[in-house]
Design a protein around this ligand. Structure first.
Ligand code: ADP
Ligand code: MG
Length: 368
């Protein structure tokens, strides 16, 4: 029976689509049957498998039986054992509750044919993502190893909790996945350590390194594994697939253990925090959320006032860490807004370069 895993995070550009495509390819190589469902209007997952939206006729879904629509429009990709249900322009699956329940039924009817169904989600937290979480068994949360990585995550976790309580008590966190990690960059290590500290067992042991082949593969309509099976990006996603398979075997064993050893459950629960559904244990969940928000605010303050790690970095590295806002590519001063929440008093970080390396930085306040 297939497990439905959505790849979700309220932020864009954190590696959701990349993970969906390459994890499914890796699971396929490990002889698991996988269906990828592309729910993003940008259709990046479909394109990454070499299909454009224009390749498909719109099946006028609102008039049709979802179960047969999904079944009849699944296509085989070049990745072994991976099928795709591509994004359709007018596929407003989730606009009406009645439609989402049909979607759930359709997915369930396909569960038997697959070991995993991976759903690529849209970035912003719209009702659509709520519905996707409501039909999922688990969620993978990619976290990019950069400066703003944790922004909004607290709210997202609350939403996961809401879904668990109100819509889908089976939903559990498959894992937080650290993506675009660059061991040469201090900040990458700091973010990775920080996320591990916060979420402990919930973070996959596998980290996805930043790797140029991962970026290049979609333009050829291939997963990174088809593009270059020996590159570091392929190894990372294969390791992730192996870890997920191992964790799921563990979950099965744990379920058995749970039945046999119900009396000893308290010890078991605290030990297996990451790999069991959190729905049964409110206090545990609240503790994670509370610790996370307090610690993160503290940590964020120190990040916000200390950018020493940027000194001597090249422009390309600063761009990777800080993103692209307010910079002039060719200029020697790049400016970033660092406190988003204050409307009237804005704080900016000025980063100064000389010969493509950061010489110093300064914080400036504007507004009343
Ligand atoms: P999302 O789906 O969350 O918006 P994407 O998966 O589209 O994010 O990734 C955003 C960008 O980052 C893409 O250009 C992608 O090629 C690139 N990217 C993602 N993961 C990696 C990685 N591990 N190494 C290098 N580039 C990556
Ligand atoms: Mg995407």
């Amino acid at each position: 029976m297939g497990k439905i895993i959505s790849i979700c995070n309220q932020k864009g550009g954190v590696g959701k689509t990349t993970t969906c495509v390459n994890l499914s390819a890796a699971l396929g190589v490990l002889e698991k049957k996988v269906l990828v469902i592309d729910t993003d209007p940008q259709a990046n997952a479909s394109v990454s498998f070499g299909f454009g939206v224009e390749n498909f006729d719109n099946p006028a879904l609102q008039f049709m039986d979802f179960t047969s629509v999904i079944r009849n429009n699944i296509i085989t990709t070049n990745s072994p054992n991976v099928d795709l249900f591509p994004f359709y322009e007018d596929l407003n699956f989730f606009e009406k509750a009645s439609v989402s329940s049909k979607f759930k039924k359709a997915l369930n009817s396909n569960k038997k044919s697959y070991d995993f169904i991976l759903i690529d989600c849209v970035p912003f937290f719209k009702a659509k993502n709520l519905e996707i979480l409501a039909v999922s068994d688990a969620v993978i949360i990619p976290v990019q190893c950069d400066y703003y990585a944790l922004e909004g995550l607290h709210k997202f976790l609350k939403t996961v909790r809401f879904v668990q309580k109100k819509l889908n008590s089976n939903l559990h966190i498959e894992g937080f996945l650290l993506t675009m990690y660059d061991k040469r960059v201090n900040l990458s290590n700091k973010v990775a350590d920080y996320v591990r500290n916060c979420f402990q067992d919930l973070v996959f042991s596998t980290i996805i390194d930043r790797n140029a082949k991962i970026t290049q593969a979609p333009s050829l309509g291939k997963s990174v594994i088809e593009y270059d099976a020996t590159c570091i990006g392929s190894k990372c996603y294969l390791n992730l697939a192996i870890e997920i398979l191992a964790n799921n075997d563990v979950i099965d064993e744990e379920k058995e253990l749970r039945v046999i050893e119900q009396e000893q459950e308290t010890v078991f629960n605290s030990k297996k925090l990451g790999r069991t559904p959190l729905s049964g244990d409110d206090s545990l969940y609240e503790r994670i959320l509370n610790n996370f928000s307090c610690e993160y605010e503290e940590e964020q303050k120190s990040f916000l006032n200390n950018f020493d790690d940027l000194i001597n970095l090249k422009k390309s590295s600063v761009e990777k860490i800080m993103g692209t806002s307010y910079k002039e590519l060719l200029g020697s001063t790049w400016i970033y807004k660092v406190n988003k929440e204050k409307v009237f008093k804005k704080k900016y970080l000025y980063v100064y370069f000389e010969n493509d390396a950061v010489t110093h930085y300064a914080m400036k306040w504007f507004g009343s």
